[in-house]
Design a protein around this ligand. Structure first.
Ligand code: DHB
Length: 304
């Protein structure tokens, strides 16, 4: 039984896409049965359409990539008119990632998503690294993070769980996790990208137009796993959606053993667009081989 405590409705898989890496699912469709995933976690949506940051916006690194997309996207009107109906027609659930620069923006987005068919839950992106100043990263401050989460929980459909997406770029992620949990977060998505930089030795300038960007992929997996471990140790009742460099079922298994109830596969899709479905199959086999009859029995097992 691969069912998971991710949301209040049962989902067929504990494997989801990760925000930003598969847009709204369209490009994965030839490779993955979207309806068989736990959910498609959308690219973060804002109130208005956005064109994003200056190019180039992606740089490869030895074990992952750096991006500074700058929250390019259709805005909530386009998402509601086109992308969410497209997913619903395919029987796919959406976990909608929402982003903004003010608490009110997040609350307005949550209220626009109330009752929308196929919206399984909300992932609150309080940890986008591509903002003008670190002072705007809500997830780096326990009070700012809690303000956003409380406003979203208040505005959102009671049937839609609210997950807070946390940044690893903090001294004490448990303090942030505790604060957003007390503010009403129903779960935690861990982790967003780490802030990074790549300089081209030929031009001797930063590769990305936006200078800094978010580092993702296998390079960050041990950091992500440590975050999930620490938060599950402190707050064992809080559901965790684990992510950070997951490429295989054994990678996913590590997150489950550390305390994740479900996992997201992000950067891996750039090498293998079928990765979310493959990780699901590999995780099922890995759990069975280890004698776990149910995923729930393996969640946090490494702590016991
Ligand atoms: C962007 C947002 C993120 O949360 C992230 O980790 C990387 C990039 C963005 O759209 O700029």
């Amino acid at each position: 039984d691969m069912g998971t405590a991710l949301a209040w409705a049962p989902v067929p898989s504990p494997v989801l896409t990760a925000s930003g890496c598969s847009a709204f699912g369209q490009e994965l469709e030839p490779f993955v049965d979207l309806g068989a995933l736990g959910a498609v976690v959308t690219k973060s949506v804002q109130l208005q359409p956005r064109s994003g940051r200056p190019t180039p916006r992606m740089a490869e690194t030895p074990s992952g990539m750096l991006n500074s997309i700058g929250l390019q996207g259709p805005g909530i009107d386009g998402l509601l008119a086109d992308d969410l109906p497209w997913l619903a027609r395919r029987g796919a659930r959406a976990f909608v990632s929402i982003a903004g620069t003010r608490v009110e923006h997040f609350a307005q987005l949550a209220s626009r998503l109330r009752g929308v068919p196929g919206v399984l839950g909300l992932e609150v992106n309080i940890s986008c690294p591509n903002v003008e100043s670190r002072g705007e990263v809500f997830a780096c401050d326990p009070v700012a993070a809690a303000d956003v989460v409380a406003a979203v929980r208040e505005a959102a459909d009671p049937a839609q769980p609210v997950y807070a997406k946390l940044s690893p770029d903090v001294t004490d992620i448990v303090a942030i996790a505790r604060s957003v949990s007390e503010a009403g977060a129903d779960g935690l998505s861990m982790i967003n990208t780490l802030l990074g930089l790549v300089i081209d030795p030929d031009t001797m300038r930063p590769v990305l137009g936006g200078v800094t960007g978010g580092l993702s992929g296998p390079a960050i997996r041990p950091v992500a796993l440590r975050c999930v471990w620490q938060v599950h140790q402190a707050l064992p009742e809080v559901p965790v959606l684990g992510m950070g460099g997951i490429r295989s079922g054994l990678d996913a298994l590590q997150f489950v053993l550390a305390g994740a109830s479900a996992v997201s596969v992000g950067t891996a899709v750039f090498n293998d667009p079928s990765a979310p479905a493959r990780v699901h199959a590999e995780l099922a086999e890995a759990l069975a081989q280890r004698g776990f009859a149910r995923l729930a029995d393996a969640v946090g097992y490494a702590h016991r």
